[in-house]
Design a protein around this ligand. Structure first.
Ligand code: C5P
Length: 235
């Protein structure tokens, strides 16, 4: 039997990244950040002087993407005697960090993500993350295209204004400066591009549970998702 998968899809800023991490930790399951793959393709292509308009070149780069996701034990958590873990992304031998999370890389990612050949090139790589004891998959098309047979599917949404606010705060916390109005404009543009594209557009799977997170705390969303998992997977 294939390992279980929980898919969590939704637009940028819907809180997915944080929720997926917390839920994966609680369940003790693996995690797939599919957005990071599109960001890596965009970032790496640009570093290798490939034109973001050349679908064949970008798809070729995506098929041979040289990336490793490594978990490192960092700061000990004294009271629990545990170590918190940090994910390091190594692209072509170099650790990539904040540069992957900038708005510029996000926008470039959304452009390469609209290319069907690029999506095809990353298809199997994403499915290979499905390993025991289970996988929490974060993206736009996890429940519709990559893992259509997932037993539990969640779609997170939030208003564009709320998502721009969250993004602003997130960037600030990472030491990256942002402009709220520009962030809102970027979010609207990216939503438009992600939901209008012909290849795997951003939309909830028919069997997904939709959660509007605009007025919910992170803890409340995690609780709701875990409750849905409890019913769906018996975990
Ligand atoms: O989630 P994140 O903001 O890192 O994703 C960056 C971009 O990658 C998104 O705007 C979207 O265009 C694209 N993406 C996608 N399909 C996924 C994950 C991300 O098209 N499964």
């Amino acid at each position: 039997m294939l390992p279980p998968v929980l898919t969590i899809d939704g637009p940028s800023g819907s809180g997915k990244g944080t929720i997926v991490q917390l839920v994966a930790q609680k369940l003790g399951w693996h995690m797939l950040d599919s957005g990071a793959l599109y960001r890596l393709v965009a970032f790496g292509s640009q570093n290798n002087q490939l034109s973001l308009n050349n679908e064949d070149d970008i798809a070729d780069y995506a098929s041979n993407l040289d990336v490793e996701f490594k978990l490192f034990n960092v700061k000990p958590v004294a009271e629990k005697g545990q170590h918190s873990q940090e994910l390091r992304i190594i692209l072509e031998g170099n650790v990539v960090g904040v540069e992957l999370r900038t708005e510029a890389t996000g926008n470039a990612a959304s452009k390469v993500a609209a290319m069907p050949k690029v999506r095809q090139a990353l298809f199997q790589r994403q499915r290979d993350f499905r390993q025991n004891p289970g996988l929490v998959a974060d993206g736009r098309d996890m429940g519709t295209t990559i893992f259509p047979d997932a037993k539990v599917k969640v779609f997170l949404t939030a208003s564009a204004e709320e998502r721009a606010q969250r993004r602003y705060k997130q960037l600030k916390d990472k030491g990256i400066s942002g402009n709220l109005a520009a962030l809102l404009r970027d979010i609207n543009e990216r939503d438009e591009r992600d939901s209008q594209r012909s290849a795997s557009p951003l939309k909830p799977a028919e069997d997904a549970v939709i959660i509007d997170t605009s007025d919910l705390s992170i803890e409340q969303v995690v609780e709701q998702v875990l409750a849905i998992c409890k019913k769906g997977f018996d975990v």
